[in-house]
Design a protein around this ligand. Structure first.
Ligand SMILES: Cc1cc2nc3c(=O)[nH]c(=O)nc-3n(C[C@H](O)[C@H](O)[C@H](O)COP(=O)(O)OP(=O)(O)OC[C@H]3O[C@@H](n4cnc5c(N)ncnc54)[C@H](O)[C@@H]3O)c2cc1C
Length: 463
């Protein structure tokens, strides 16, 4: 499928990242009923990190991963490549429920996880093109600038997260985003090549004897069993690592809503444009719009920018190939060119999308039930690249019965309420995004305060 107008580009094909390195073919398809000590459903980062740490801690355990397409097919092979320290849903909710110290420990564990991913990639020879240059948030109108100030006050309460306030000039020294009035920056973030990390992890765990049965879709998870059309895999522990696709499993329709995120990537920019833009530290960049956009600079001189296309499909349906509409390519290209006018003539090379798992309260969880042997991790919304590593390490400890600092973190064994049935779910999610879009347009026209509409939408969504 192609976009129209000036931005005719390839879309879908899972992601640009796979176009670049070649899409894997499904291998080791499950041939019939089987047994294992541990079966993991889903070979994204969550499933792969779990397999990585568990195979190291318990090399005697047999581990099988069941994957509907190929390892890294989901969000893990499609994302914006921000390896960052964000607590999904923010610190405050956790602090209210579990206290400051527990939340602080969670933040520090996520900071460490950024470095842990870098360490493992290095140790295992995974060239995921990692550059740790921190993360820049920019305000491009007065209402966004007020939110920078709010954010800076919040950052003073949570110094562990690492954000500091930047003037417009300081922000521009890092990356010249047109119209920047001020910003924030924190050091615990790296840009990565998402698919290279997924493919590299799959290689490493296979070499340790973990079987990844690709092309093998699970229909249902039961105590000690994962049921597929090719046969049931029985195991002591069955872990659900299906994130945005979770609604496709029997009984999980309303667990996490699959929200779409869409991305575009440019052809390489000419050296004159890079001279204009700067961006020499490879910081990740995001604006403070309610429907925000996020970007990274690639080592080969492209800009990848993500944002919202169609936020949600009725009935929690998920896409297959990552195709996006021409209108989505056009709107993301317009944002990219408004941020970077010197990229105005650079063609858009590719557009794609993927699904995120969004819990009703916007907070990720890791859990395990010893009685049924069923565990899970996910609901990371748009911030799972780092959290999946922490989740994988934590699940490995929960499965082996270890009681450690990680298993005490406040996201462990939490229950969240389910989403409303349709059509309320569709109406609610689309209504919230319409409200955010309206608030952004009003702020762009000169509104100096965060719109009440956006604040109400935040309260309703639980964001
Ligand atoms: C466009 C986009 C941009 C993003 N940008 C960022 C970012 O920059 N930084 C960040 O931190 N996060 C980002 N995210 C989110 C991040 O990518 C995810 O949180 C993370 O990759 C989740 O990993 P996962 O393994 O839990 O899920 P996934 O990677 O989605 O893996 C789930 C796997 O399970 C398989 N599966 C699902 N159902 C079944 C079934 N029934 N049977 C068998 N297999 C099944 C899928 O095929 C898939 O391979 C982004 C996401 C998207 C879509």
């Amino acid at each position: 499928m192609s976009a129209s107008g000036d931005d005719i580009c390839t879309t879908g094909g899972v992601s640009f990242w796979y176009n670049q390195i070649g899409r894997p073919r499904a291998s080791d398809i499950l041939e019939g009923p089987a047994e294992a000590d541990v079966v993991i459903v889903g070979a994204g980062y969550t499933g792969l990190w779990l397999a990585y740490y568990l195979s190291a801690a318990r090399p005697d355990m047999s581990i099988r991963i069941l994957e509907q397409r190929f390892a890294g097919y989901g969000a893990s092979g499609r994302n914006g490549g921000w390896l960052t320290n964000t607590i999904t849903g923010g610190q405050d909710g956790y602090a209210r429920e579990y206290g400051r110290e527990a939340t602080r420990a969670f933040q520090l564990a996520l900071n460490d996880s950024v470095d842990e991913v870098i360490r493992v990639a290095d140790a295992e020879g995974i060239d995921a093109e990692i550059h740790k240059g921190g993360s820049l948030l920019v305000a491009r109108n007065l209402a966004q600038l007020r939110r920078v100030d709010e954010h800076a006050r919040h950052a003073a309460e949570w110094p562990e997260e690492g954000y500091r306030r930047l003037t417009a000039a300081e922000a521009a020294e890092r990356v010249r985003v047109d119209g920047t009035l001020g910003g924030l920056w924190q050091p615990h973030c790296a840009r990565i090549h998402p698919a290279k990390l997924a493919v590299g992890l799959a290689r490493v765990v296979r070499a340790r004897g973990v079987r990844i049965h690709e092309g093998t879709r699970v229909d249902r998870i039961e105590p000690h069993a994962a049921v597929t059309a090719r046969g049931t895999v029985r195991a002591g522990h069955v872990i659900r690592a299906t994130e945005g696709f979770t609604s496709g499993l029997a009984g999980e329709k309303r667990t996490w809503a699959p929200l779409n995120s869409s991305m575009i990537i440019t052809e390489p920019l000419p050296p004159e444009a890079w001279k204009e833009i700067g961006w020499s530290h490879f910081d990740t960049v995001e604006d403070l719009a309610h429907v925000y956009s996020y970007a990274q600079r690639t080592p080969d001189g492209r800009i990848a920018l993500g944002g919202r296309g169609n936020p949600y499909r009725f009935g929690s349906r998920t896409d297959n190939n990552g195709d996006i509409a021409a209108a989505t390519v056009a709107s993301l290209a317009a944002i990219l060119r408004s941020w970077f006018p010197s990229a105005k003539d650079v063609p858009i090379a590719h557009g794609w999308s993927g699904v995120l798992g969004v819990p009703r309260n916007w907070r990720a969880t890791v859990g395990y039930e010893p009685d049924t042997g069923i565990g899970w991790a996910g609901g990371y919304v748009g911030t799972g690249v780092t959290a999946t590593n922490l989740a994988g390490r934590t699940l490995a400890e929960l499965i082996t019965g270890a009681n450690t600092a990680l298993t005490q973190l406040p996201w462990v064994n939490r229950r969240t309420r389910r989403w409303e049935p349709e059509p309320l779910r569709w109406l609610g999610i689309h209504g919230i995004y319409r409200a955010y879009g309206w608030a952004d347009r009003r702020e762009q026209r000169g509104g100096q305060q965060t719109s009440v509409v956006a604040r109400v939408a935040n309260a309703v969504s639980g964001r």
